[in-house]
Design a protein around this ligand. Structure first.
Ligand code: ADP
Ligand code: MG
Ligand code: MG
Length: 247
């Protein structure tokens, strides 16, 4: 599904941040990326999603068999790459429901499909929101306006479930996810996951991996993946920190 080869990237006019990343993700897999602050984890997720603040200087990102390096972020999204928003914008007057309807139909349009019939859309919204324990009044609230941390997470996960991407990249920053928000993310990922899609979960929290079983755990440090293991690696990191890996 995703094959990253020798990926190097830098900030526009700045220092190199990714220094030769190799990562292969197959359908049905959950990969966790952990690592010290400033390692380049968020940069990697931004570069996969195609955010324009970064310049790829070497390497390839193959998604579904094609190199997507030249694709705009929206084209990557249409091809099935979803990146959770770290700092979601507030859109007063646009409800959670109307935002997702517009995003869904825009996505369909890009694929040459007509708008989803209203009835079908409503049924899908009902199904996904029920799966996530989202209440009706939440769906009619203005997007992100006055949302708590947990509500922002719930909305992100709802968007992921609705858009049903092939690859979901969730970048969980160190900005205080409480246990409820952690649960929302974990339940959402577990409900989303199937044999045909994949999840790249970036996290500082070993705790999150108590609720989501990763197939692979990678340690990213100083722009490189320096170690790959299974879930036991996350446990080892929780116990020992990162220092033993960084010499
Ligand atoms: P992580 O998510 O692992 O904490 P980041 O990818 O956010 O790390 O950052 C990696 C390094 O690149 C840090 O030193 C950070 O300051 C720098 N960096 C990332 N994005 C930018 C940017 N847009 N402008 C300047 N520096 C940046
Ligand atoms: Mg950081
Ligand atoms: Mg980060």
């Amino acid at each position: 599904m995703l094959n990253i080869k020798n990926l190097h990237a830098k900030i526009e006019d700045g220092a190199e941040i990714l220094k030769g990343i190799n990562l292969e993700i197959k359908p049905g897999e959950v990969h966790a990326i952990m690592g010290p602050n400033g390692a380049g984890k968020s940069t990697l997720s931004s570069v996969i999603a195609g955010k324009e603040d970064y310049e790829v200087t070497d390497g390839e990102i193959i998604f579904g068999g094609e190199n997507i390096i030249e694709d705009a972020p929206e084209d990557r999204a249409h091809k099935g790459i979803f990146l959770s928003f770290q700092y979601p914008v507030e859109i007063p007057g646009v409800s959670v429901t109307n935002f997702i309807k517009a995003a869904m139909n825009e996505n369909r349009k890009a694929k040459g499909l007509s708008e989803m019939p209203a009835k079908e859309m409503l049924a899908l919204i009902r199904e996904k929101s029920e799966q996530l324990g989202i209440k009706k009044d939440f769906l009619s609230r203005s997007l992100n306006e006055g949302f708590s941390g947990g509500e922002k997470k719930r909305n992100e996960i709802f968007q992921m479930m609705m858009l049903d991407p092939k690859l979901a990249i969730l970048d969980e920053t160190d900005s205080g996810l409480d246990i409820d928000a952690l649960r929302i993310v974990a339940d959402g990922v577990n409900a989303f996951k199937n044999e045909g899609n994949a999840v790249l979960l970036i996290t500082h929290y070993q705790r999150l991996l108590n609720y989501i079983q990763p197939d692979f755990v990678h340690v990213l440090a100083n722009g490189k993946i320096i170690k790959t293991g299974d879930k036991s690696l996350a446990l080892e990191l929780e116990e020992k920190g990162y220092d033993w890996l960084l010499n």
